[in-house]
Design a protein around this ligand. Structure first.
Ligand code: NAP
Length: 290
């Protein structure tokens, strides 16, 4: 079996181009779409990721403000910044970057992000709206998976799709998005039993668990399209997904690489969401034009 490698790079390029086109159109209307990223950690890989968003935003003509409150930021300080950004007209999109300082309640904080600026679908209101089919920004990673399937013309309607992971930022919203596309969804987690019981019968397997080597060639069939959402940093600093690529290659029909798969599309979507948010806010009359 020759396993097709579903790179996210060309799709990410197309999405960034859409974000750039929309940013230019907004500029012509006197608006400058701007993303704010709130950070409160010393974690070097997080800072690397945030800088990569900043560089991509700059290239797409989207403004990007990094608000770094330091690793010892209090919940009160974070809440205050999120409240200010939510009411600041020149900010169109807000991301609260994890990890956060110990003891800080993330559930409380994400609820403070104005839903119309919640471009990474973190506020529970966004997830609730997705669940009932109302307009909302889906978490960029969940949408990235759907965009990759669309880009490669992989149908989901009526397909047996297994999502491994049930977090509020990836697994659950992805299940909702795929359900909206008429897929038959199974969501697995750490207590759902042997994975192969579910994954061997699946047409599409999405793995978002944060466990290196969780999905092997023995877990999937020849028809499977495998989407690897996982990002795990190894001791030598290299990045790998949740899929044991060596054993899945040669067994499954297709696989997304890590890096260069879901992650690259996710970053591009954050920019597109910011531009879309700016347009929606201007149409809703929340932004001064000119
Ligand atoms: P999370 O909040 O830790 O959730 C992990 C999920 O995986 C949980 O639902 C957990 O089950 C499940 N799980 C853990 N071990 C399992 C096992 N052995 N078998 C089956 N399920 C298992 O993580 P997350 O925030 O969703 O992120 C998941 C992964 O995606 C991480 O590697 C993260 O870095 C990556 N990620 C990538 C991007 C990107 O853009 N590429 C963006 C976001 C996240 P329980 O609920 O039972 O604990």
């Amino acid at each position: 079996m020759n396993t097709a490698l579903l790179s996210g790079k060309s799709l990410a390029g197309l999405i960034k181009q859409r974000a750039q086109d929309e940013a230019r159109a907004l500029e012509n209307d006197g608006l400058h779409p701007t993303l704010a990223v709130v950070v409160a950690t010393d974690d070097e890989s997080t800072h690397w990721y945030v800088r990569s968003i900043e560089r991509a935003a700059e290239r797409a003509g989207v403004g990007c403000r990094i608000i770094d409150l330091g690793h010892d930021a209090t919940e009160q300080a974070l809440a205050s910044v999120l409240g200010d950004l939510s009411s600041e007209p020149s900010v169109n999109g807000i991301i609260l970057q994890t990890p956060l300082p110990r003891g800080v309640r993330i559930d409380e904080l994400v609820g403070m992000i104005a839903p119309e600026k919640d471009i990474d679908g973190a506020n529970p209101l966004s997830l609730g709206r997705l669940a009932v089919g109302q307009p909302a920004f889906a978490p960029a990673t969940a949408r990235a998976v759907v965009e990759i399937l669309d880009h490669y013309d992989i149908p989901v309607a009526g397909r047996n799709v297994v999502v491994v992971g049930r977090s509020a930022v990836v697994g659950k919203p992805l299940a909702l998005l795929l359900l909206e596309r008429d897929a038959a969804i199974t969501v697995c987690h750490s207590k759902s039993g042997p994975l192969e019981t579910y994954t061997r019968a699946a047409d599409i397997v999405v793995v978002a668990a944060g466990r290196t080597g969780l999905l092997t060639g023995g877990h999937v069939s020849a028809k499977a399209v495998v989407i690897d959402v996982g990002t795990n940093v190894l001791a030598d600093g290299s990045l790998v997904g949740d899929v044991d690529e060596t054993s899945v290659r040669g067994v499954a029909a297709a696989l997304t690489p890590v890096p260069g798969g879901v992650g690259s599309v996710t970053t591009a979507l954050l920019l597109l969401h910011t531009a879309e948010a700016a347009r929606a806010q201007s149409l809703a009359g929340r932004l001064p034009v000119g």
